[in-house]
Design a protein. Structure first.
Length: 439
């Protein structure tokens, strides 16, 4: 990575952590924390070691030497700052110098830093990668044309990486292994590692997220083992996910009741029909359950309306066979159209989460008629609870074919982490606000 940019990042982060110190100082001094002991003013000079420790741990996590995607970098920042907090508190306790430091102040400081530092870095990179092309890494892609186009699209659109594809004067090489024999791949790797320091290899197995895998070494035979498991089928992961669901649902219940009142009266005023719609779906272990939604279709002559529409628009049948939904469904009401575009029609599925037959994030709750269409993915997808939202909803939604959806959901189950759930929930909010791919 560009040395100037490394130094600049460290200086800017140090500057921001100084600002966080003064923000935390203001909060601790001016907000009444009656349950906390009286606060003694702390000087910046005494607190500097905390900021230095934070920068060192961020450096240890390679925040300054490797360019990560925003979500991966944010996770590393959270880990680094949490570890810094533990180190600082233990150091103060062991050296018995707690008298000059407020533990509540340190907790407030790191809480604010964890929330604001990823946002600060996002804004800084936005400015520098846009105005200063010299800060960008120049990437040479090696691989087949299809995969190279995929990476080029990502590097062009994902500006946070600060990378652009070039053919000459490059400072990093990405070798995409798909299509190469072992002998060819070995030759290419040797060629570029002799020419340049930063060489990266994209493994052929795309359905495994190796960033979450452990690598073991057998030194005597010069071989490595990569741990591969189905992460959402591990019992303690299921327990963690269930607790996460309950906590989030409890937090959003008040908002749900407010929205429900508006939706209830809107549906009743339009046609006076039922507010909720329930339908049988496939759940965990293939068990059938009733899914709850807000009603978005007419209550009378729905089948006749659809038949007459399909007679006039036979192309919709082909669209349904590919995407498993109609492009323009004539049965949808005006209120229903709004609910679908904003994804509010799925909000009552919070009830399903509380009943324990759905999760906040997971594979789509498939209809009974779609069971056989899941093919070889059926044994994986039907092993877990379906979700209100999921990876496919934030990855293209209606633009994805049925086959692409189930492949994404298999990847999600295999590579699940709590952080992935958190990212999907944040991205779902964006999808809802901007109505991306909503129908």
């Amino acid at each position: 990575m560009n040395r100037f940019f490394i130094v600049l990042n460290i200086v800017l982060d140090f500057f921001w952590l100084l600002i966080v110190f003064y923000i935390s100082l203001f909060i601790r001094k001016n907000i009444d924390f009656s349950v906390l002991p009286e606060f003694s003013k702390i000087s910046l000079q005494n607190f500097l070691f905390v900021i230095v420790v934070s920068i060192l741990i961020l450096f240890y996590e390679k925040i300054y030497t490797i360019r990560y995607d925003f979500w991966q970098e944010s996770l590393k920042i959270i880990k680094a700052l949490f570890l810094s907090y533990v180190i600082v508190v233990l150091t103060l306790a062991l050296l018995k110098i707690n008298i000059n430091y407020s533990r509540s102040f340190i907790a407030i400081y790191f809480f604010i830093a964890i929330i604001t530092l990823p946002i600060f870095k996002y804004m800084i990179k936005r400015v520098f990668f846009y105005f200063f092309k010299c800060c960008q890494e120049k990437i040479l892609l090696i691989g087949n044309d299809k995969e190279k186009k995929l990476f080029q699209k990502e590097l062009t659109e994902n500006w946070y990486l600060g990378q652009r594809v070039v053919k000459l004067d490059y400072n990093k090489v990405i070798i995409i292994s798909k299509g190469f024999s072992n002998k060819e791949l070995d030759k290419i790797i040797r060629k570029y590692t002799n020419m340049i320091k930063d060489v990266y290899v994209v493994p052929y197995l795309y359905n495994i997220n190796f960033s979450n895998s452990s690598i073991f070494e057998y030194f005597n035979i010069r071989r490595n083992l990569i741990e591969v498991n189905n992460r959402l089928l591990i019992k303690h992961n299921i327990l963690i996910k269930n607790y996460f669901d309950v906590i989030i649902v409890v937090l959003i219940l008040p908002l749900f009741f407010i929205i429900h009142c508006f939706v209830f009266f809107a549906i009743k005023l339009e046609d006076g029909g039922e507010v909720f719609f329930k339908q049988k779906r496939l759940g965990e272990d293939g068990k059938v359950f009733f899914i709850y939604k807000y009603r978005t279709m007419v209550t009378k002559k729905a089948d006749i309306i659809l038949k007459e529409y399909l007679d006039r628009h036979p192309e919709e049948i082909e669209y349904y066979n590919k995407y498993h939904k109609y492009k323009n469904d004539p049965r949808i009401t005006k209120v229903g159209n709004f609910l679908r575009k904003t994804s509010l029609d799925e909000l009552p599925q919070i009830i399903n989460v509380l009943l324990g037959n759905m999760s906040l994030v997971g594979p789509r709750p498939y209809m009974l008629t779609e069971k056989d269409l899941l093919g070889r993915h059926k044994s994986i997808i039907l092993k877990v609870k379906p979700g209100i939202t999921g990876l496919w909803q934030v990855s293209g939604r209606n633009e994805l074919t049925f086959k692409q959806r189930i492949e994404l959901e298999t990847w999600y189950i295999t590579n699940w982490t709590l952080w992935i759930d958190f990212v999907i929930l944040i991205k779902t909010i964006k999808v809802v606000i901007y109505k991306i791919g909503a129908k």
